[in-house]
Design a protein around this ligand. Sequence first.
Ligand code: PAF
Length: 282
Amino acid sequence: MNIITAPTELQKQCQTWRQEGLTIGLVPTMGFFHEGHMALMDRARKLCDKLVVTLFVNPTQFGENEDLDKYPHDFDGDCEKAESHGTDLLFAPEKSSMYDKDHATWVNVPELGKHLCGKSRPVHFTGVCTVVTKLFMLAQPQIAVFGQKDWQQLAIIRRMVRDLNIPVEIVGQPIVREPDGLALSSRNAYLTQEERAAAPALRKGLVKMAEMVKQGEQSAQAAKAFLQTDYASTLPMGTVDYLEIVDPDDIVPVETITGPVLAAVAVVIGKARLIDNILIEV
Ligand code: PAF
């Protein structure tokens, strides 16, 4: 596996591969790999000739009081995992090589970023879209794989790619979970033992709410009230940031459930802000 830090080197290598007729698959990450990242790599590996994984804790997608400085990292472990999952090139740039001091260009999909995570993290998706666009411009992959745990991010990237005619196929990879249902996340590392024991309630509540909707509950308000009450008893140490039922493509809250919806939650438990979601197909 080749490890590259300079954006121009990534660009050069990918250009060579394309000239040789090889297809490129991209998996953008912020590192501290777990099975969820590995699933993204394995999926991409099957869909391309050359697999490029990027490892960059992108500062522009973190707000002022968020965990940029504390974000967990394990560069050597990540290199081993990426290599053992068939990565051809790991791109791990310095912040200064990705953003000039006078960086002034931003990519934004405001309509899809208004709700869910965008509400409490106002700069987040502009940072994500900007860095992902830069990575697409550098690697010019034919396919790129993103996890469905960050459903809103995936929907925004799909829309950005469509609206800007970026020639890349976006592939969504299902959430990977612990045996007790907790969605894998690098931020699970922040949980204490007690918090970790309670955290699966996040998923359990979503499943119960989905069942209620499938049984015929059409009022989003009633379904959300049910989940709020459930979390109050099952996750008393958690603070709900949001708990919403939205259209899965436009990420706009729905009032009456008459078709497929996405139920999505963000709950702060101790030092961790955990997100999860469930697609409810009625
Ligand atoms: O999902 C992530 O890890 C990040 O938001 C991404 C897509 C790598 C952009 O920094």
